[in-house]
Design a protein around this ligand. Structure first.
Ligand code: PLP
Length: 401
């Protein structure tokens, strides 16, 4: 008998479990719209050309050794990541008010941020939108924070529940942390308008809440790095303190390289230094220091004007393909006479579409049609190709019956 025989079987992960089920399906028609990873029109994963070029340069560089990075990661990577998020001429950067560390992609940034808050911030409550990316619900309690919810999405209208969100933020205890998706809200694809962002920002400032932005899709949502950074910059430019998690998984296609950054905006350079020292205290006993290859790729691309321009073109290409898939799926539903208004598919932004399919309907999509997706009815538009839109529409119409 094993010493582990009493260990209970854990349930499969809500998102990664879908891929497991997909792999086991033998049907030639099968379609995986579960996981949020970009695919080509042929359904293949991609390595961006600009990433291949940066990798070549790194491999051929005489200084390309494999020494450990410092606890906070590659300094050039950190500097350029902050510049990408806050903007080249940003006041917070000019004034030395941003502490930055390299992290293990978005997830690692959120976890390090959560641990830092639990250790050094007096208020241990974090508000998450309903719904949100499933992992948020695990990351923050595991870091030692109490999770509460704010209203975000109204299924009836398929729009932002702005009033509900504002009410919940108004009644949150002073000092509480508020997690905000910087753009392309996952899973709903519903973002506040610029006016609504201004209202949210103002209430957060008035109530002295602390914003924690999760930016997993900068440039990938709209195709513009600037536009997708609007909310973060609006808050930072208003003189607010905040935390920001950045991921290069989607926008550079560096998923498995695990490259990201965590930054904390403070009020002055002295505090920034102290905060940075404490972020390193969180990192050291967890994994000592981050991996260097992915960060070297990002630093090379962000720091070289030619590569940077090339990246922007490829990034826009990915964003545009997703937008085209929205149009094609919408058209297929209309052409096949799907009852109701499907324009929400066109209005939603980012990698996902929140279809409104119930758990039972998702089960029908999978069991009868071999289409795999998460039980909340979210489909990855990036996993879709033009040739599959008609089949998907047919399955959706059948499941909605
Ligand atoms: N945050 C959100 C909202 C996401 O959708 C994701 C990925 O799906 C992440 C964070 C983190 O991803 P990663 O850890 O791969 O960067």
């Amino acid at each position: 008998q094993s010493v582990w025989s009493q260990v209970p079987q854990a349930p499969p992960d809500a998102i990664l479990g879908v891929t497991e089920a997909f792999k086991a399906d033998k049907s030639p028609k099968k379609l995986n719209l579960g996981v949020g990873a970009y695919r080509t029109e042929e359904g293949k994963p991609v390595v961006l050309d600009v990433v291949k070029e940066a990798e070549q340069r790194i491999v051929n560089s005489p200084t390309g050794d494999k020494e450990y990075l410092g606890i906070g990661g590659l300094p050039e990577f950190c500097r350029l990541s902050a510049q990408l998020a806050y903007g080249e001429c940003s006041k917070v950067l000019q004034e030395g008010r941003v502490a930055v560390v390299q992290s293990l992609s978005g997830t690692g940034s959120l976890r390090v941020g959560g641990e830092f808050l639990a250790a050094h911030y007096p208020h241990k409550i974090i508000y998450l939108p309903t719904p949100t990316w499933a992992n948020h619900n695990k990351i923050f309690p595991n870091a030692g924070l109490e999770v509460r919810k704010y209203r975000y999405y109204l299924p009836r209208t398929r729009l932002l529940d702005y009033e509900g969100m504002m009410e919940d933020l108004k009644s949150a205890p002073q000092g509480a942390v508020v997690l905000l998706h910087a753009c392309a809200h996952n899973p709903t694809g519903v973002d506040p308008s610029p006016q609504q962002w201004e209202g949210i920002r103002s209430i957060i400032q008035q109530r002295q809440l602390l914003p924690f932005f999760d930016s997993a899709y900068q440039g990938f949502a709209s195709g513009s790095l600037e536009r997708d950074a609007t909310a973060v910059r609006m808050f930072a430019d208003a003189g607010m303190e905040l935390l920001l998690s950045q991921s290069y998984a989607k926008n550079m296609g560096l998923y498995g390289e695990r490259v990201g950054a965590l930054s904390v905006v403070t009020t002055d350079p002295k505090t920034t230094k102290k905060v940075e020292s404490q972020l390193k205290q969180v990192i050291r006993p967890m994994y000592s220091n981050p991996p260097r290859h992915g960060a070297a790729i990002v630093a090379m691309i962000l720091g070289n004007p030619k590569l940077y321009e090339h990246w922007k073109v490829e990034l826009k290409g990915m964003a545009d393909r997703i937008i085209t898939m929205r149009e094609k799926l919408h058209q297929a539903l209309v052409d096949q006479g799907a009852p109701g208004d499907w324009s929400f598919i066109l209005k939603q932004i980012g990698m996902f579409s929140f279809t409104g399919l119930t758990k039972e309907q998702v089960t029908n999509m999978t069991n009868k049609w071999h289409i795999y997706m998460t039980f909340d009815g979210r489909i990855s538009m990036a996993g879709l190709s033009a040739s599959c839109c008609s089949y998907l529409a047919e399955a959706m119409i059948d499941s909605y019956k």
